[in-house]
Structure formats: C-alpha cells, structure tokens
Design a protein around this ligand. Structure first.
Ligand SMILES: NC(=O)c1ccc[n+]([C@@H]2O[C@H](COP(=O)([O-])OP(=O)(O)OC[C@H]3O[C@@H](n4cnc5c(N)ncnc54)[C@H](O)[C@@H]3O)[C@@H](O)[C@H]2O)c1
Ligand SMILES: [Zn+2]
Length: 399
C-alpha cells in the first residue's frame, strides 16, 4: 500500500505602512480572507521591546479591533512577551504562551497575531503550532531580518540543550503583514544585522540585488527607511521564490541552500551566548565560507573581496573573538559547528559555497585545516582592516 498526502498551503505577504491605522485593511483582510462573513477571535502577542519602544501600539490595536468589530474580536488584552533570543532560550516562554492560548480558549480557527522580531515570531509560531495541533498565525515582523526572511519562513522553533532551533515544527503562517513603519524604533545594530540575510539571499540568487546593495551601501548602512524597505521587499521575494519553487520547504532532503554561512553562524551564536545577533553571526559565517570558497579556487579573489567590502561597508562584523576559542581537543571550537549542522540536517553534511555572485553550489565535505587558515586570515583582516574607498568599491563593482 502506498499513501500519498499533499496539502496545498497559500498565504498572503502584504507590504504596507501604518498597519494599525483603522483605515488600513491589510490586517482585517488577511484575517477574513477565508471566511469574510465571520467574526474572528484573536489574541495579540507583542515583543516586549516593541511594546516599550512603541507605547502607542496597544491603544492602536484596541482601536483597530473596535473599528473592525464586525470582522474581528480581541479575546483578551494584548500579551507582552520576552523579546530577543531569550524568548527562544528558555522553554518557559513557549509554555507561558500555551497557557495564554488555553486561558482565553483559542481554537483551531482562532488567530494568534504575533508582533515582534524573529525570535518572538519563532517562539509564538511554535507555541501556536503545538496548541490544538495548530492555531492560525498572522505575523507582523518588526525587524529587518524578520521582514526580509524569518517572518515568511515556514519553520519555527526554539533552542534547547544549547543548540539553535533544536525543537520546532514546519508550519506556514496564515498571513504576513510587513509594516515599514514598524522598523522605525529598531536599534541601529538590529537594522544592520538584518541586512546580512538580505545580502545572503542576494549572493545565492540575485547579482542584481547584490549590485543594488553595493550601490546603496551608505544609505543601507545608515538605516535609511526607503533603502531598507526596498531591500526587504526584494529579499522577501527571493526567499518566497525559493520556498514556493522547488525549494524543499519542509527540508525533507539534507540540502539547505539558503543556509549559506549558517553552519558557523549557529555555532557562533551559541559560543557567544547570543551576544552576537543572528544576522551578525551570519555575516561572520558568510565571511568564513567566502574565504573558504576563494581558497579552494571556486570563487575568484576579486569577487570575494568585493563581497567582504560590502559586508563591512554596511557595518556588519567579519570577526568575533569567539572564533579564537578552542575546544578540549585543541581544535577551534567553531569547527564543532560542522558536526552540529550535519546532525541538524539529518545525514550528510551539505555546506553551500559560492562560485560567483548568484552562483552557489554545495559540498559534502569541509577541510578543517583550511577553515583554521581562513579564521587566521579573518583575524589578520580584523586587526588591519582594508580601507574602504569609493574607488576600491567601484573597482570591485566593475568586475
Ligand atoms: N524561522 C526561520 O526560518 C528563521 C530564519 C532566520 C532567522 N530566524 C531566527 O530569527 C531570530 C533573529 O531574529 P531578529 O534578527 O529579528 O532578532 P530578535 O528577534 O532577537 O530582535 C532583535 C531585538 O530587537 C527587539 N525588537 C524587535 N523589533 C523591534 C522594534 N521594531 N523596535 C524596537 N525593538 C525591537 C527585540 O525584542 C530584540 O531585542 C533568530 O533566533 C533566528 O534563528 C528564524
Ligand atoms: Zn538565518
């Protein structure tokens, strides 16, 4: 006997501005899209740092529900939850959310509306996936990274046993509403950290987007709203094309083509106890895999340098002292990230490397001695960074 199940998933990703203005229909339309005649029950969860930075948000949410009372009902006041990676580092936060969902009696047709950074989205989406085996989630990402990448992702999860995303599920959201204005209160450091994932997807999929980032590196590095908004939209489109194309969204195979730089990034996050933001760790992880690609002769030196200069020009780090840490066996501690990545993939190691901008491929083996040399090269670069001049960037751009 053979059993074959295919379940189609479809969810809107809406770009808007001032989503909680009563006249803006993005949220109510997203919630009502399957059953327009119904009054939908919803619980709103807000990242604590968003709630603090945007004190007008809670009253605005209340006013929005009042204005659309025929279509949506707030079952309880918004719940403010721990923000940042701390949300994923202790199961108590998932548990608290499950308790709230139970207390207000959300059912499988009810909505959890989640407003926050990638960490809160991952945690709340995970809790929603567990309750009743799945409550509908509408995500309102509030960081560059979450709008450009994790908010539209079909996976969620939290960290356990010191390992990133050790438990989680694959569940697409019901809808995603990306509000440009939501990014205004984000700390500069977090804006820039999010740019790393956009650079990543550009390197994998779009020389055009990379050229845009290179041209607008100063505006992007300054956190300019318009430049970031374009970056977010273009990056979201590329991520969606991957997920909705033949991108193996539920990761049934071992390949993880979008995880460029991530084997080292995840390990660096753990090694630094999340002192590094995810995006910052991704930038360093990409620098390692770029120099590795170059040292192996896959990627030419000029393209490699051009990419490193763009990462530096927008303000991303290419080095952290945790790269110097050694494990008990004397090897660089970062190397253990390869084994952990292999475990997470469930079988063979697949590491994405670059042949050029927009031209990636995978290897199933990494030369650990060469990784150590690459780390040394990054250490040297950190102690004497190359001067970023317009002519250098232009020289790179001309290649
Ligand atoms: N599910 C996926 O496929 C996927 C993809 C990429 C990344 N991620 C995960 O996303 C997480 C990183 O997300 P992130 O980069 O958004 O960081 P984050 O969620 O840690 O947010 C960074 C900080 O900014 C605060 N914040 C968020 N929005 C704000 C706003 N508008 N104003 C003021 N403060 C605000 C947060 O509370 C936090 O302190 C990591 O855990 C990473 O593993 C998941
Ligand atoms: Zn990532």
């Amino acid at each position: 006997m053979d059993a074959k199940i295919s379940v189609p998933f479809a969810f809107p990703v809406v770009f808007t501005s001032s989503a909680w203005e009563p006249g803006n229909r993005a949220i109510v339309d997203a919630i009502s899209r399957l059953e327009p005649g119904r009054r939908h029950r919803a619980l709103v969860v807000i990242d604590e740092h968003v709630a603090q930075a945007q004190p007008w948000l809670e009253p605005a949410i209340q006013a929005y529900f009042n204005a659309h009372a025929d279509s949506m009902q707030l079952v309880a006041p918004p719940v403010v939850v721990t923000g940042g990676e701390a949300a994923k580092n202790d199961l108590v936060h998932t548990w608290d959310l499950l308790r709230h969902i139970n207390d207000v009696g959300l059912d499988r047709q009810s909505f959890l509306i989640v407003i926050g950074g990638g960490a809160v989205l991952d945690t709340a989406s995970f809790a929603a996936a567990l309750a009743h085996r799945g409550i509908r989630v509408v995500r309102l990402p509030t960081t560059v990274l979450a709008q450009a990448d994790s908010g539209i992702a079909v996976k969620n999860g939290v960290n356990l046993f010191g390992k990133k995303n050790f438990i989680g599920t694959f569940v697409p959201p019901f809808a995603v509403v990306n509000d440009t204005m939501a990014l205004d209160t984000l700390q500069h450091r977090d804006k820039i950290a999010g740019v790393a994932e956009a650079i990543k997807v550009a390197l994998l999929r779009s020389p055009d987007l990379f050229a845009y980032i290179e041209r607008h590196r100063r505006n992007i590095g300054a956190g300019d709203r318009e430049a970031l908004s374009i970056l977010v939209q273009r990056s979201t489109r590329l991520h969606l094309e991957h997920i909705c194309g033949n991108g193996d969204p539920f990761e049934l195979g071992s390949a993880r083509p979008l995880d460029f730089g991530h084997w080292a990034a995840h390990k660096l996050e753990s090694l630094t106890s999340h002192r590094l933001r995810h995006g910052e760790a991704v930038a360093i992880g990409m620098a390692i895999d770029l120099l590795y690609s170059c040292a192996k002769g896959f990627l030419d030196r000029i393209s490699c340098e051009r990419i490193l200069l763009v990462l530096e020009a927008v303000g991303l780090p290419l080095w952290d002292s945790a790269l110097n840490e050694r494990a008990a066996n004397g090897c660089l501690a970062i190397i253990a990230g390869l084994q952990e990545f292999r475990e997470h993939l469930g079988g063979e190691l697949h590491v994405t490397l670059l042949r050029g901008i927009g031209d990636s491929f995978e290897v199933t083996d990494m030369d650990e001695a060469l990784i150590a040399k690459v780390v040394e090269a990054l250490a040297r670069r950190a102690s004497a960074p190359p001067k970023i001049t317009s002519s250098r960037m232009a020289a790179g751009a001309a290649q």
